[in-house]
Design a protein around this ligand. Sequence first.
Ligand SMILES: [Zn+2]
Length: 508
Amino acid sequence: MKKIAIICISFLLLLSCDNTKQSKNDDFTVGIATFSHETCTFCPRPTGIEEFEYYGLPLEGDEVLIADSYIRGFVDRTQEYGGVQLEGITSPRDAVGGSSGSWITKEAFDKYTGAMQDDIRTNGPYDGIYLSLHGAMAVTGIQKPEAEIVRRIREVAGDIPIIVTLDLHANEDHELSDVASGVIIIKRYPHYDTYYQGERAARLMINTLRGDYTPVMSTRKPGVITPSVYQGTGVSPAMEIMERARRWEDRMPGVYVSVAFGFAYADVPDVGATVMVITNNDKELADRIADDMSEYIWRVRHEFAGKKLPKAAEGVVLSIEAAEAGKTPVVIADQSDRTGNSTHILAELIKQGAKNFCIATIADKKLINQLADSGAEKGDKINVMVGGYADEYAGEPVEISGTLEYFDKFGRFDKTAVIKFGSNNTVIITPELHQVTDAGIFGDLNLNMDVIDIISLKSRVHFRRGFYENGLAGAIYEVDAPGLGPADLTTIDYKNIPKDIYPVYRRD
Ligand SMILES: [Zn+2]
């Protein structure tokens, strides 16, 4: 008898698992969307619909549920809890060129926020919405884009929990926390904890939906702006700031303490560090923690924003010395180049007679097209001009005579070129900016890493994943060549940032 009852219940459960919202297993339905961009407003090329649809039309339905690692964390954790049906809301893909893209057009912003609204009107209502945003989007004519995204979603979704996750390069202020129910920001750079913070967002969402948690937020702007190259959380004081946030979270159960260091290469009014704290309906505690975190960031502002990096010539001297001392591979982080087209390090390595070096990579679409048009093939002897034109700081085109060792697909790119020249030197040409974060690229392009002494990357901190944390690099030099992303922020001609921000306007 008992056995028959169990079989009947199982059968009923099977019947109810038809994935509709009416399913008895699903207490709540949560919509998920993403709209992410880190906008370098000083870069030359605007980001429009063409850029957002370069890799395909916007994601729909289940495609959204695997769009990024924040969302995967959110989805996995939600499934562990059970009782929640997840639905993807129409979302744009990553824009081509990533953070080398400048101001997002209002047309693109309106198109994708409009598509989200239409989708919610058609497929809603939802009990909650989770948004995976980056937080450093800059849109022509819209002052605080992420807050505006949430506002537009709320217009059609109503007064429901809207939980947002952000990259730590986000530029935000209270406008976002005023309209979102909760904001959680990753704590690690390199960004190891995207999945984990997505999981925490799921926990916050579910507890809020169940009525066990009432998120209350406090937001502070310490008034400090720092270049990305100083923000790696493996070094102080970035490490201590995040450690302090984790300490608060450990001491006070149910508290979420987030810090965005900000993205300095965006000329926007909410630029710079942001503290965002969520508590369970305890505004006084949220204020206290937010004040403590904000005051701490202000106290360490001098070491956080005021280091000095070698310029191109000095950085290359140091790199060659390290290579000759056997500390290979030496990694040069060409940290200031935001378009990926700059040739300062390449020119300096040639000038100083460096051997066995590899530039990974220079973004040069013109050269890729030129090689394709001329029918160039692997093994061809070529004489070409490389890079040095995409922005005012990109340097001069550099003449390279050598052998085309590779000209084929690589990752997302239809064509990537590897040119060998001089004393075992290599330059890799990609059609768009490509930030190399590990040594995988060398194997993919048939390059033998054992014979490369110096590697120059267009990266600030992310390369530390695959070159420092695994002990691969013998020495690392972050070099501040001329570029749109200088380490010395006082050299940038900002128009829209707060007039009292350290160190651009306040120097004390
Ligand atoms: Zn980031």
